[in-house]
Design a protein around this ligand. Sequence first.
Ligand code: HEM
Length: 381
Amino acid sequence: PYPVFAQMRRDTPVCQVEPGGLWAVTRYADVVSVLKDPQLFSSAGLAHSMEPPWLGYNPLARSLLVMDPPRHGRSRSLVSRAFTPTAIARLEPFLRATAERLVDEMLERQEVDFMRALALPLPAAAIGHLLGLDTSIHSHLKVWSDHLAIISAISTADHERQQQVQRSIQEMEGYLKEVVEQRRRQPGNDLVSALLEARVEGEALSDAELMNFLFALLAAGLETTTNLLGNVALLLADRPELLERLRAEPGLFASFVEEVLRYESPAQSTFRLTTAEAELGGVKLPAHSVLVLLLNSACRDEQYVPDAESFVLGRQDLVNIPFGHGIHFCLGAPLARLEARVALEALLPRIRSMSRGPEAPQWQRSIQVRALVQLPVRVIP
Ligand code: HEM
């Protein structure tokens, strides 16, 4: 998509994709100015499209991701009491053990689909562990999160899909309610217990708010991190010199991950709705326009970083546009970074090389995510 985005940034930085349709925003400065102004560019206004009449209740449509101020601030400060850097750091030993096991299994087979071997199961284990789900359910999380992601795209006539999605939401709610009840009876040193205990000015999360937040973690934290890990592996497979350099200098892992995030931004876009007439990049937008903010175009804007179309290891002072900006800035960014670092630390010392397998990698056709669905690789121990 990148040559098209470059052309759009140059010629039509704020443009309507089709008459009466979405407005695409491709420049860094415009994306940031939208994200800075949640009153004029609302997230909550998009909730109804996530809760079509056939579905009724969708916990995700009532989560942090689709709230505006002042509700957003209250809810975010409550969950932030529990979702702390310390809570995330506590996950490291579990993530490390999981990553090492997955890499060992990969090395036994040598020719694997990296997505299924590591990029998906590691983030699924992370989210499953955070939500307090039994390990036997971790491999099922992808089905649930895929179902949550397609809700607004399902047609009113597609009853089969509708039922699948309804079933997924009910199943997940059932499991999560059990976990919450168990933690209420017997609090532990885990995220759900901390969420139950969180207070801001004496107020706690309601049961519904807690459930909506747990759903948001699944929707926001699984696929994005899977994409990041896939994009990391693709770069390593295509550029053996990068792999060698990282192996020699593990101190570069963090800056490598930041550059992968920028170069192949895993959350390709996010959406907003104008609450009144607005002006953006010299273009007038009517009230109730839906905007798609192309984060991965913004990441390759020369206004953001010099030589933006090149992968440059060791860039300094990147701001975090792949994780958004402003009040909705990704709550899980430290966890995503931790997962990527742990994956590299498990992988690099165990492999001599990693190259592309016989089949070509496959990208998902989507404007929402920059996602590999398949990445065949050959790893040599
Ligand atoms: C929000 C990206 C991983 C939880 C966001 C947003 C972006 C993003 C762009 C802002 C959306 C908007 O403004 O509309 C990413 C990327 C990830 C990642 C690229 C991985 C590489 C995670 C993980 C979790 C998580 C692992 C949690 C387990 C959240 C939550 C929000 C959010 C809860 C909503 C925050 C709010 O509305 O205040 N993420 N994310 N994310 N992310 Fe992430």
